[in-house]
Design a protein around this ligand. Structure first.
Ligand code: FE
Length: 138
């Protein structure tokens, strides 16, 4: 079989393929809906200008222009890079009712969205650093 890692059909990769391509923490967050510990990720306190791509499929998901300091210890954005790049699912795990945010292209778990964001949108996209790969603005 040929290497399909650049295939447009990212959502049909097998668990084995994802596990091979991602580091352990990113695999846990993206493919097992894990959550990194607050204040430990690469981007919670990171302020460079650029785009945050999906760490699984490379799709642009968030811009530094909508990133803000939520005090949560996770990278927080008040809106996605485009309305179409993420989708949302109801998540009732851990005895809470939350809204999960996933990459629309590859269906990987990114984090959650909460209705306590800044005035721009009122939304807080609380995203795991391990689900993102930053690309600096040229
Ligand atoms: Fe993705």
């Amino acid at each position: 079989m040929t290497d399909e890692s650049n295939s447009a059909d990212e959502s049909h990769k097998t668990d084995e393929e994802w596990q091979r391509e991602l580091d352990a923490e990113s695999y846990h967050v993206l493919r097992e809906k894990g959550t990194e510990r607050a204040f430990t990720g690469a981007y919670w306190d990171f302020k460079d200008k650029g785009v945050y791509n999906c760490a699984a499929c490379g799709e642009p998901l968030f811009s530094s222009e909508t990133k803000y300091d939520s005090g949560s210890g996770w990278p927080s954005f008040y809106q996605p890079d485009s309305p179409d790049c993420v989708s949302e699912n109801a998540d009732q795990s851990h005895g809470m009712l939350r809204t999960e945010v996933v990459c629309k292209k590859c269906e990987s778990h990114l984090g959650h969205v909460f209705p306590d964001g800044p005035p721009e949108s009122g939304l807080r996209y609380c995203i795991n650093s391990a689900a993102l790969k930053f690309k600096k603005e040229e």
